[in-house]
Design a protein. Structure first.
Length: 114
C-alpha cells in the first residue's frame, strides 16, 4: 500500500509511522508507539542480514544525517526530529556529517601545491 492524500498522510507534522488495520490493512489515525517502531526496525535489520543491530533510534539519526547532507539548519532538523533546539546529541550527529562537508582543510590543498 502506498501513502497518499486519501489516507491522510500528507501532513509533514503527522505521524511518520502509522498503524494499519489488522483485517483491511487500511491506515488508522494514530501512530505507533516508540517501542513498536523500535521492534519493527530491529526485526527488519535482522531479516535483511545486517550485522549491526538497528533500533528505533536509527531512522531518527538517519533523518538528522540526511537532512544535514541536504543543507538544512540544525534548528530545523531539531524541530522535525523532536530534539531540543540546541541539543548536544544532535550536534554530535551533525558534527560527523560536517567533518567531511565543512572541512577547513579542503580548500587548502590546492593552495599548498602552488
Amino acid at each position: 500500500m502506498h501513502a497518499c492524500a486519501e489516507d491522510g498522510l500528507t501532513d509533514p507534522d503527522g505521524y511518520a509511522w502509522r498503524r494499519l488495520h489488522n483485517h483491511w490493512h487500511t491506515v488508522l489515525e494514530g501512530g505507533l508507539q516508540p517501542a513498536a517502531i523500535g521492534d519493527i526496525v530491529t526485526r527488519a535489520g535482522e531479516r535483511a542480514g545486517i550485522e549491526i543491530r538497528f533500533t528505533g533510534h536509527s531512522p531518527r539519526r538517519g533523518l538528522a544525517t540526511s537532512s544535514r547532507l541536504k543543507g538544512h539548519d540544525q534548528i530545523v532538523i531539531a524541530k522535525q526530529g523532536g530534539w531540543a533546539p540546541h541539543s548536544k546529541v544532535l550536534a554530535g550527529y551533525l558534527e560527523v556529517v560536517d567533518q567531511w562537508e565543512d572541512n577547513a582543510l579542503v580548500s587548502l590543498r590546492s593552495r599548498l601545491h602552488r
